[in-house]
Ligand binder design. Structure first.
Ligand SMILES: O=C(O)c1ccccc1NCC(=O)[C@H](O)[C@H](O)COP(=O)(O)O
Length: 207
């Protein structure tokens, strides 16, 4: 079964809907570069409202280690996700499992970077270019992910209720990740689109 992460949550009601739809993880973005940025207090409220067994992921992009530690101390996410040019040893310093986002916008030229994070709990392959922020709605060429990746692959970038089924069937990822494809505005999730996204993943899994 393909796991689902809905990213860029800013409202309790959206996070609760995700939980009730059976979404496996929600992402909270802390980097100042995001239109979906949440404060520590906002994030804490969302995390406190969640029922058990929904994984919380805190996202950063070339941020100070101090911010990451503050989020760990105050929000206590289960996983970290790094979206910038952070290196593997830097990501490891927090002693918390982490996902590393790999910008696939440059196509095959990005593939060597998939081998640079041996300690990542998973690799999130995203559609934007190197140095650009996530949550862009840009897809990449789904034929690129190598079949011999040893780490769980999280497919991201431009997924939406219409294309996610084909993406799951083509790539067979461990998980899919979506931000803009289920939104009515940055950080504001659309309930019908979120439900349709989850349904499309489940239909692809069953097919
Ligand atoms: O979502 C953001 O605003 C963001 C900003 C800076 C770094 C990462 C960010 N999001 C990371 C995610 O995991 C998104 O879900 C991922 O990039 C996919 O986004 P989308 O193409 O909009 O589905």
């Amino acid at each position: 079964m393909t796991r689902i992460k809905c990213c860029g949550m800013t409202r309790i009601e959206d996070a609760l809907l995700a939980a009730h739809l059976g979404v496996d993880a929600i992402g909270l973005v802390f980097t100042a570069r995001s239109k979906r940025r949440v404060s520590l207090a906002q994030a804490r409220e969302i995390v406190d409202a969640l029922p058990p067994f929904v994984t919380t992921v805190a996202l950063f992009m070339d941020d100070d280690a101090g911010l990451v530690q503050e989020v760990l101390d105050e929000v206590r996410p289960a996983l970290l996700q790094f979206h910038g040019s952070e290196r593997d040893p830097w990501c490891m310093q927090f002693d918390r499992p982490f996902l590393k986002a790999i910008a696939m916008g440059e196509g095959a030229a990005a593939l060597p970077r998939l081998r640079d994070y041996p300690h990542a709990a998973g690799l999130l392959l995203d559609g934007h270019g190197f140095g650009e922020a996530g949550g862009s709605g840009k897809a990449f060429d789904w034929s690129l992910p190598p079949a011999d990746l040893t780490q769980p692959l999280i497919l991201a970038g431009g997924l939406d209720p219409v294309n996610v089924g084909a993406a799951v069937l083509r790539v067979r990822p461990w998980a899919v990740d979506v931000a803009s494809g289920i939104e009515s505005a940055p950080g504001i999730k659309d309930p019908a689109r979120m439900a349709a996204f989850v349904r499309a993943v489940r239909e692809a899994d069953a097919g």
